[in-house]
Design a protein around this ligand. Structure first.
Ligand SMILES: *[C@@H]1O[C@H](CO)[C@@H](O)[C@H](O)[C@H]1NC(C)=O
Ligand SMILES: *[C@@H]1O[C@H](CO)[C@@H](O)[C@H](O)[C@H]1NC(C)=O
Ligand SMILES: *[C@@H]1O[C@H](CO)[C@@H](O)[C@H](O)[C@H]1NC(C)=O
Ligand SMILES: *[C@@H]1O[C@H](CO)[C@@H](O)[C@H](O)[C@H]1NC(C)=O
Length: 458
């Protein structure tokens, strides 16, 4: 990754950035967001939810390839705030990425304007607050990056695009969940599943018209639960995932892990016989079952949804999930952000510079407190964002940086000396890295790979 180019203060950046990153033909999108707490009861239990402009989920960030996006974020929360743009390739703007390693948090009562270009991107993504487990309180929303004029989408224009943000939900305040983790305890099981901020007691109702085709942009915005998504009596035609168009393929249900986004086309029924239909979202790989419901209504629907629940994979059928992931292929013949087909860059011919094997783990310390680790190191945040520290060559002063972060898992013995710290991997511009993830723990783990281009190869 490129060496960062950081002015002294995080506040100064946005204006110079606008001058340097705008390319001819790119548009501007401007948003003004106030982030605050509001009492909502998605599962029937009142909770302080993080809302943006009084909305939960937050407003749609709707833009087009190469647009420059500015988002003025006003923090009316009682705690510091950063918003991260999941799936957006920050490239030269990587310090706008809204994670603690790159950005100074926006302090309570302050505002800061993110500014980045959606260069060479299309697709469905979402944003969320990255600090202090605030994601468990809400504050998330959908991102759409539309095709530029002149580059056709590789399917007929749908009648409507619909964002579906699905995820597990806790009735407990995110502050109390955070406290559990800080005390070295595990998170409890979630209380339910939300679809667009609504639980089963007042499910989200979508009104569809017969014969039309809808594009659903579905993201798992939850904390920890993999989900299976299906719609009674309607097939899902997968067309895009996280910024790449896929070979079109029908699925009766889709596994969506935390952080993943998919676009599917759904053709509304010609004849409903007065029925309406359930959308089901159920937990995967859990001993308990959480179920989220939505409803599809048609103008002539007279009855609430009924009839057989569409089958779901068995809760611990890992093979289903892995085979489904393997069945998803890039469509190499169509353009996306550019005219030339997605397949014209031959990723298969890349020379890998270095392989990193990243293994998550946990250590149980004194008082039975747990800490999570990567290759034996448990991460500590330095007070200065790492990118600033790098720019000003302050790593030595930070003391807690682990510059010799190991490329492979280490035994407890070898890691004894340096068990906690801010892990840093030095990489070179234009190199390609092969990242292998290993999870020896008995539950599903999700990695947030931030700010750059990542391609799944196996
Ligand atoms: C999103 O932006 C596109 C391109 O400017 C526009 O055509 C579309 O109507 C917008 N959608 C919404 C929901 O604002
Ligand atoms: C804060 O918001 C004001 C508008 O109310 C804007 O003029 C200013 O540039 C914003 N400050 C930052 C640092 O983004
Ligand atoms: C539904 O209607 C569309 C357009 O009128 C037609 O092309 C399609 O074949 C119909 N589907 C069925 C199952 O009748
Ligand atoms: C990989 O290395 C080979 C041999 O050095 C070279 O011919 C090839 O162009 C390289 N591939 C890429 C994509 O750089």
């Amino acid at each position: 990754m490129e060496s960062p180019f950081l002015p002294l203060s995080c506040i100064l950046i946005s204006s110079c950035l606008l001058l340097t990153t705008v390319h001819a033909g790119s548009g501007y999108v401007y948003y003004d967001w106030t982030v605050s707490l509001s009492i909502r009861s998605p599962l029937g239990v009142p909770k302080q939810v993080i809302v943006i402009n009084d909305m939960f989920p937050g407003p749609l960030l709707n833009a087009t390839t190469n647009d420059v996006v500015s988002v003025n974020v006003r923090n009316h929360l009682p705690e510091p705030l950063l918003i991260t743009w999941n799936g957006v390739q920050m490239r030269r703007n990587s310090w706008q990425d809204g994670v603690r390693g790159t950005n100074c948090p926006i302090q309570p009562g302050q505002n800061w304007t993110y500014s980045f270009q959606l260069k060479d991107q299309i697709g469905s993504f979402f944003y969320f607050p990255s600090l202090l487990l605030q994601k468990a309180g809400g504050g998330y929303g959908a991102i759409r990056v539309n095709n530029r004029k002149g580059i056709p989408i590789p399917f007929p224009q749908p009648a409507e695009d619909i964002d579906l943000l699905v995820g597990d939900w806790y009735n407990v305040h995110h502050r109390d969940l955070r406290q559990m983790l800080d005390q070295g305890r595990h998170l409890p099981r979630p209380d339910g599943i939300l679809i667009n901020g609504h639980g089963n007691f007042g499910p989200t109702v979508f009104l569809w018209r017969s014969g039309l085709t809808y594009r659903l942009r579905i993201s798992n915005v939850g904390i920890r639960t993999s989900l299976n998504f299906r719609i009674q009596d309607h097939a899902l035609l997968l067309v895009e995932t996280e910024g790449s168009y896929t070979v079109k393929k029908y699925y009766s249900s889709l596994d969506i892990h935390v952080g993943q986004s998919y676009s599917v086309l759904v053709r509304a029924k010609n004849l409903t016989h007065g029925h309406s239909f359930y959308i089901f979202v159920s937990s995967r790989f859990t001993k308990y079952e959480l179920l989220g419901l939505g409803v599809v209504h048609y103008p002539d629907s007279r009855m609430p949804p009924s009839g057989p629940i569409p089958t779901r994979p068995a809760p611990f059928d890992f093979g289903f999930s892995i085979n489904q992931a393997r069945s998803i292929k890039w469509d190499l013949d169509v353009g996306a952000a550019r005219m030339n087909p997605q397949g014209s860059y031959h990723y298969g011919a890349i020379n890998v510079s270095r392989t990193l094997i990243l293994e998550n783990g946990l250590v149980v310390g004194s008082n039975n407190r747990i800490r999570y680790t990567v290759n034996g190191v448990s991460f500590l945040h330095p007070d200065t964002p790492l990118k600033l520290a790098d720019r000003f060559e302050m790593f030595d002063e930070l003391k807690i940086v682990v510059p010799s972060f190991p490329d492979a898992p280490q035994t407890a013995e070898t890691m004894k000396l340096q068990r906690m710290g801010a892990s840093v991997v030095d990489v070179k511009w234009r190199d390609f890295y092969h990242l292998v993830f290993q999870n020896p723990l008995p539950n599903v783990q999700t990695w947030h790979l931030d700010g750059y281009n990542f391609f799944v190869v196996g």
